[in-house]
Design a protein around this ligand. Structure first.
Ligand code: NDP
Length: 254
């Protein structure tokens, strides 16, 4: 799809090294946006930046960043501001999914998920909210898009903590709308279902890995591009229209 309104936008996409983040960055840039790509794997970001430059259209900036590390987020925000000035579109997409039965007591995984999916998202909100408010005050369109999950509403055994982090992100979005909406900053939550990305690659529980593989075999999953398209659609509505909460599932995932 083509979204000409993106040509005036300056965006930050977290988790842009792979999956939905990479697809979103690619689509925004293809429509003329300037896009800062944040993630930990510099080689992936450099490759995507080169791909975007070769394709023409918008510009991309690779910014190595770990959203669990405040100093890293501070340095990333400075790099983005130095290169692009103020941003008007933030896609809070970085996330990890590390399922295991709760009585396995995997505090290591719980901490990683909470630090990335909740505190990491908050660090990005903290870094770029002033930009969004200022852009909106200038009459521009300003968007914060948080990528949550269907797991914020639907419980799956083994996914208690992951689901809790995504429920927190969904609730955070709702609360932020009450603070930022009156200042004309849109906050949208997108909750995808099964999507074919690298997310399941970190699952270390064999039974849950098999269960995930069975789901992918049974259900034609969404592609990362499907979610990217929804992000682009959402942020190109007229400024007074907020698609505030979107759930997108593969047709065969009930
Ligand atoms: P991927 O694993 O492909 O993408 C996750 C991205 O997050 C990677 O680019 C990764 O890059 C980045 N990331 C992880 N940890 C950090 C960190 N500490 N700091 C910065 N970046 C980080 O999976 P998806 O594209 O599927 O995931 C995107 C979002 O979608 C996640 O929030 C996920 O929870 C959500 N989601 C996914 C679903 C699915 O079925 N795939 C369904 C519903 C929601 P790097 O490792 O280089 O840092």
């Amino acid at each position: 799809m083509s979204y000409p309104a993106l040509a005036t936008r300056t965006a930050v996409v977290t988790g842009a090294a792979s999956g939905m983040g990479a697809a979103t960055a690619r689509l925004l840039a293809a429509n003329g946006a300037r896009v800062a790509l944040l993630a930990r794997r510099t080689d992936r970001l450099d490759a995507l930046t080169a791909e975007i430059a070769a394709a023409g259209g918008g510009q991309a900036l690779a910014v190595t960043a770990d959203v669990t590390d405040q100093a890293s987020v501070d340095a990333a925000a400075k790099a983005v501001h130095d290169a692009y000035g103020r941003v008007d579109l933030v896609v809070n997409n970085a996330g990890v999914m590390l399922p295991n039965p709760v009585d396995d007591g995997r505090i290591d995984e719980w901490s990683r998920m909470i630090d990335t999916n909740v505190t990491g998202a908050l660090r990005i909100v903290r870094a770029f909210t002033d930009d969004l408010v200022a852009a909106a005050a200038d009459g521009r369109t300003a968007d914060l898009v948080n990528i949550s999950s269907i797991a914020s509403h639907v419980a799956f055994p083994g996914y208690a903590v992951y689901g809790a982090t995504k429920a927190a992100l969904t609730q955070l979005s709702a609360a932020l709308r009450t603070e930022l909406g009156p200042r004309d900053v849109r906050v949208a939550t997108i909750e995808p279902g099964l999507t074919d990305t690298e997310l399941g690659g970190h699952v270390d529980n064999p039974a849950l890995r098999d269960q995930l593989a069975t789901m992918f075999a049974a259900i034609p999953a969404l592609g990362a591009e499907d979610v990217a398209d929804l992000v682009a659609y959402t942020v190109t509505r007229p400024r007074h229209v907020n698609l505030r909460h979107l759930v997108t599932l593969p047709t065969r995932q009930a």
